[in-house]
Structures are given as structure tokens and as C-alpha cells.
Design a protein around this ligand. Sequence first.
Ligand code: SAH
Length: 286
Amino acid sequence: MGWRRPTKMLQWAEFQVEAGRMFALGGRRMKRRFLSFPAVAMTLLLAGLCACAPRISSHLPTTATAPPQATPTADPYQKPREHMVEFDIEARGVSDQDVLDAMRAVPRHEFVLPEYVGFSYSDRPLPIGYGQTISQPYIVAVMTELLKLKRGDRVLEIGTGSGYQAAILAQLTDEVYSIEIVEELHESAAERLERLGFDNVWTKHGDGYYGWEEHGPYDAIIVTAAPDHIPQPLVGQLADGGRLVIPVGPQGAFQTLWLIEKHGEDVVSKSIMGVVFVPLTGGPSS
Ligand code: SAH
């Protein structure tokens, strides 16, 4: 609801403008007439009125003079989120405006445990229980940018975790599928995504190593836990022209983030950067 200036305040403002104009005129006359008596009298009168102004308004009835209420901020985290996008993400090279807008739009504080809410917009991963973490915002943005999503793309995520990455993807395209191997995490993420209105994300509890064949092929696949090799079922579920973004490497040691693109029969891999992810469990060795 907008705040409307009370009528009395408006009158006072108009008076000040009018008085200012008169004062200016008086000033000009003063020069010409060498401080004539009427000019001096007018100046003193106006100075007196100005000095009284605060007291006048403080005596007016509350309803007429209530000071403008600070408009309640709809989202108290908007500023820290904006700061995160500007300094931790954009300043470090992520330039896709749609990705930046998605990072600006999704309330990360809704995806972290209550005890970590104060760190929601720090550029770091945070525990989400069961030995898992919500990824660092910068890494979420980098991986999302690498997917080169456009409207209509079908995306698969392996490792729903808190649901945050899925929510970012859901801002950029229409169909997001996400698989989580820890049942409790799957349940809480599904509830959270529903509560926040992300109705274009479909989740399931299961082993993401094998993908989700039923809804494939996918234009993009993102894996948010690190296997020690690239799962072939995921490459198999990529559409022609599809992109797979995946960290690969041993647990707790050096892992590499890969961008893998499928062009017909060809699969082109590009290493992007060193990363640290929780391990991808499941798969054939489990
Ligand atoms: N994308 C998440 C972060 C996930 S952390 C977020 O935005 O919050 C990695 C997640 O991958 C963990 O929740 C872990 O339980 C899950 N995970 C590990 N191995 C998996 C597998 N084989 N299939 C599906 N999920 C797996």
C-alpha cells in the first residue's frame, strides 16, 4: 500500500514553496532597494515561521500528520542476495543475464537449515543434514551457465539435496527432473519446492547414476555429486546437442568439473575448473 501525503503536510509544503518564491523576490528587491524595511520585515517573519514549523506539525492530530511508515520490505534478504549476485557471481565472470536473474530470484534462505539461515547468502556450501551440502552459490551459477538453457529445454539433475539448484533451473526452463538418493532429503526437498510454488520440477527418490530414462532424452543434465567416472547411462540419455555438466574425481581429493557435449555420435569433453563435491553414491559399485 502506498503512503499518501496528509493534506496538512501538503499545505505546508505548498506554503514553503510559495514562501520560498516570495523570499527570492524579496532578496532581489533587497539588492535594488538597499535592504528596504518591508524586505527586512518579510525576512524576519518568514524566518520565524520556519523555526516554528516542526512544532506546528507536532501538534496536529496523529491521523493527519502520521509520519510516512517505512514500507515493510517484502523480502528482508533481497539486499544480501543482490550483494551475493553482484560480488560473488557476476564479478567473478558469470555473465548470462538469465542465470544472474535466476540467482536474484530464488530465496536461498528457504533452502538452508534454520541454524544456517544467517549464512544463506555467503558464498559457501552449507550442511543440509545426512552428510550432504547445498552447493556454493558461485558454483551453482557457473554450472547453470554451462548448461546454456533455453525455454522448452528438458533438464535432469542428479542430487536434489535441498532443491536449490533445481529451483534455479526451474527459473530458466519449463521441465526439470531431479533425483535424490537419500529418502529424507528427497521428501523435504519435494515439500519445499511445492510450498514455494516450483510446479515445473518433478522429483524422485532413487539412484541417479542410471538417470531417469522415462523422461529422456534431456537437453541438459547436471550432476551435483562427484562420481569417480562419467556414468554412461547419463551420456546415453543426452539429446543430440545436449550438455552434461558433472564433477568427476575421488572423494575429498582433486575433482574436475567437466562440460560434455553430444553431437550425433561424437561426445566432446572440456575441463572447466577444479571443484570439491560430496561423492556420488550408488551406481554399479554399490
Ligand atoms: N543440488 C543440491 C546439492 C546436492 S549435494 C542442492 O542444490 O542443494 C549432493 C546430493 O547428491 C546429496 O543430497 C546426495 O545425497 C545426492 N546423491 C549422491 N549420490 C546420488 C545418487 N547416486 N543419486 C541421486 N542423488 C545422489
